[in-house]
Write a protein that binds this ligand. Structure first.
Ligand code: ASP
Length: 328
């Protein structure tokens, strides 16, 4: 007789397969949404304001990469955010450490990890891409590069974040525990009406993580991937689970083989399910965009929302999910 874990895993896989058949099977494939104007997809409800900024810029004739960067910067600068930018929750020692990456219309990439004191890590990632022979700079090296390029240091740990951290310390005994309710990243992928693709991803990472922890968000191929000839994908959720399967790259490779975007997200999630005995409390959400303008979204659990902008049409959607339970 299967033990409980094996049973849950098998049930989840079976649920995934039947959902797959139901939602992205032959019937659904015939109505894969496709759009020919500017299209922007981003994670969570705060994606709405990122999309609005990016769309406004695209409609005014800006370069796609500029629109993508400025879009996520709106979220990085929002002082009410607790999971992106300097107002994000700190690690378990009280340090706010930021991760971000960006990919341009040619598939070039830049990334910063474990960056402190900088309001716009995504802009530093862009400079890494454009001004250095490297793809990724980390920690003090990334900070020095940012300061050398005119960025100013700014204090993290807002009063709100400090209070949450103090409470967390009292309750949890210093044990880092990524769960569905202590993270959320802005991942934004976009296609211009001319068929170009670009994307950006930026986060303060999982709250109360260990000092030095870096998640999937700044890892090219995990939190974000753009292949100009195929499509783009981005991820949110507990980064460790995304990194183990190179989430965004996996989705783009599946699209390269002809798998529709939503089904590609499902297939990547199935790899996560297959690989882990337990996914209790774990949320992962993926967004995928094919260069043709078709797109998809899928999450492990209900609760993952994404912002979709098609020209002047901006809307927040609930992503379909593999498991039936709520996020927490
Ligand atoms: N993926 C991010 C991380 O693991 C968090 C999130 O997207 O919710 O740092």
């Amino acid at each position: 007789m299967p033990d409980r874990r094996t049973f849950i895993r098998k049930t989840a896989l079976a649920a995934g397969s039947s959902l797959l058949a139901a939602s992205v099977g032959q019937k659904a494939a015939a109505v894969v949404p496709q759009h020919e104007g500017h299209l922007i997809l981003s994670t969570w409800s705060f994606g709405m304001k990122a999309n609005a900024k990016a769309m406004e810029m695209l409609q005014a004739g800006s370069r796609l990469l500029d629109a993508v960067e400025e879009g996520v910067k709106v979220v990085e600068a929002d002082p009410s955010m607790t999971s992106v930018g300097l107002s994000g929750f700190p690690d378990r020692d009280g340090n706010v450490t930021l991760d971000a990456c960006i990919m341009d219309e040619e598939g070039k990439a830049g990334s910063v990890t474990f960056l402190q004191y900088i309001e716009h890590p995504v802009s530093v990632a862009r400079l890494v891409m454009e001004k250095t022979p490297h793809v990724m700079l980390s920690g003090k090296g990334a900070l020095r590069f940012a300061l050398d390029n005119g960025f100013r240091m700014k204090k993290g740990l807002s009063p709100q974040a400090r209070q949450a951290w103090e409470e967390w310390k009292k309750k949890t005994g210093y044990v880092p525990r990524p769960s569905a309710d202590n993270h959320d990243t802005i991942g934004l992928i976009a296609r211009s009406a001319q068929g170009k693709l670009a994307g950006a991803c930026t986060t303060s990472g999982v709250a109360f993580k260990m000092y030095g922890r870096v998640g999937d968000s700044p890892i090219i191929g995990a939190g974000l991937y753009v292949d100009p000839l195929v499509g783009a994908a981005t991820a949110t959720g507990v980064g460790e689970y995304v990194m183990r399967i190179c989430g965004a790259h996996t989705i783009v490779e599946l699209m390269r083989q002809g798998v529709p975007p939503q089904q590609a997200c499902v297939e990547a999630l199935k790899r996560i399910v297959q690989r882990h005995q337990s996914l209790e409390g774990v949320q992962v959400g993926f967004l995928a965009l094919h260069r043709s303008g078709s797109y998809g979204a899928y999450a492990l659990r209900p609760g993952f929302q994404y912002a979709l902008s098609l020209g002047n049409n901006h809307a927040l959607h609930d992503a379909p999910a593999m498991f039936a339970e709520e996020k927490k």
